[in-house]
Ligand binder design. Structure first.
Ligand SMILES: Cc1ncc(COP(=O)(O)O)c(C=O)c1O
Length: 428
């Protein structure tokens, strides 16, 4: 019989969102009359921008006519989209990135998961804690880690993102090969400033490391001093690649379009010490294993950069950021320590009790679904993530319900009910 890839068996069986769905289903079965508001999973709720829809329709019509029909497109993506990305997402922000360094894909999740294939099996991998689970699980599947024990996988270097470091990890004391960074961060919502990002680029240059920079939430940055791309930092072209997505920027979670940027100077070493271009490796990988994103989807993505598209995307982001502001304000008023929500759609809340207890409290008492921080790593214990992806009405309703159970007057009552630690709660 064929032998299985046993590295898969090291993966922890319950995936966070499956666990949440299971608990939600059990709650609904017990209380079928209760309406639940989901502020958990980071999926968008607003329709695609008008400019994208129009471009999408037009491209579909082109496919209906032999004269304008398109078959297989370039694996790296159409030039019309790559040129716009290079110009508007990079060159206009002072980052030197060229069209042939951009690879269009059907999602940042696939790119985050696939990119590790380019690197040696014995590469030492560093990930933030808490972390977007895809970085970790794909390295586990590839056999780059040991077994799960005491809150982490053997062989991985965890980079704690804590209250003490403002939820932005410092470079490690040891040498690592591959570093995953994500800013603005999922799940903490923290953004990284120029100086601290520069220190990561310097660390990578000194240690011969490569940074995989996931900027899926770049569009939510509002503070002018926060870099949108690692390529705004001098020296980054040699030590980093960047992954971005149209999912959260323009509501493409169900439409699927993203891209990876790998500068020509970005090199890896062979065992004999020769340099190989990471961009060339990825080009080879993509042309072998990927056949491109559909033409209408790429036309829809291109429309994000049109005059109307840019205005509409701004409105979309503002819509969610209004929710983020409401959520952060409400929890802060109730005395909770919060981060995120200012340059990101996620608010990371210090709960003063175990994450799953707080999840249950919000679900059972307020009918609101959040995401337990402990599901993202051991440094996430004692936190929950609340997402701003919902409509204003639902968010306002959710916050009203939460206020009723957690507002200052009710705080004492709730704490008496909870058996877990309450020491960290700011206000009682
Ligand atoms: C940090 C991060 N990277 C990547 C993705 C995946 O994006 P996409 O929809 O492009 O696959 C997500 C989705 O939630 C994410 O949070």
């Amino acid at each position: 019989m064929i032998r299985a890839n046993e590295h898969f068996l090291k993966l922890r069986s319950s995936y966070l969102f499956a666990e949440i769905a299971g608990r939600l289903a059990a709650f609904k079965e017990k209380h079928p009359q209760h309406k639940v508001i989901r502020l958990g999973i980071g999926d968008v709720t607003c329709a695609l921008p008008r400019a994208c829809i129009e471009a999408f329709h037009k491209a579909v019509d082109e496919m209906a006519d032999e004269r304008s029909f398109r078959g297989y497109g370039p694996e790296q993506g159409y030039g019309f989209l790559r040129e716009k990305i290079a110009r508007y997402d990079y060159q206009e922000r002072g980052a030197e990135i060229y069209t042939d360094e951009i690879f269009i894909s059907d999602g940042a999740k696939c790119d985050c998961g696939n990119i590790q294939e380019l690197f040696a099996q014995d590469s030492v991998v560093a990930v933030p804690d808490p972390v977007y689970p895809v970085y970790v699980d794909t390295n586990v599947m590839a056999g780059r880690t040991g077994a799960w024990r005491e809150g982490g996988y053997g062989g991985l270097v965890y980079l704690p993102s804590t209250e003490e470091n403002g939820y932005v990890p410092e470079p490690p004391g040891q040498k690592v090969d591959l570093i995953y960074l994500c800013f603005p961060n999922n799940p903490t919502g923290a953004a990284i400033g120029r100086r601290r990002l520069q220190s990561w680029v310097e660390y990578a240059a000194e240690n011969g490391s490569l940074i995989i920079y996931d900027a899926a939430y770049e569009a939510f940055i509002r503070d002018n001093d926060i870099p949108h791309s690692i390529f705004e930092i001098p020296g980054a072209r040699r030590v980093a690649l960047e992954i971005r997505s149209f999912s959260k920027t323009a509501g493409f979670t169900g439409t699927r379009c993203a891209y990876t940027v790998i500068p020509r100077e970005c090199m890896a070493n062979t065992s004999s010490g020769d340099g190989v271009s990471v961009r060339e490796l990825w080009l080879r990988r993509q042309t072998t294993k990927f056949n491109g994103v559909s033409y209408p989807v790429q036309r829809a993505a291109e429309a994000v950069f049109s005059e109307q598209g840019r205005i509409q995307v701004r409105e979309l982001i503002d819509y969610y950021m209004y929710n983020a502001e409401l959520i952060r304000k409400k929890f802060s008023e109730m005395g909770y320590m919060c981060t995120g929500g200012d340059n990101s759609p996620y608010i990371w809340i210090k709960t003063g009790m175990p994450s799953w207890d707080f999840f249950t409290l919000l679900l059972e008492e307020a009918g609101v679904v959040c995401t337990p921080g402990s599901g993202f790593g051991s440094c996430g214990e004692g936190y929950v993530r609340i997402s701003a992806f919902n409509n204003h009405n639902q968010v306002e309703k959710a916050l009203y319900n939460i206020g009723r159970i957690l507002g200052p007057k009710k705080m004492k009552k709730v704490i008496q009910k909870e058996s877990g630690s309450i020491d960290n709660r700011k206000e009682v």
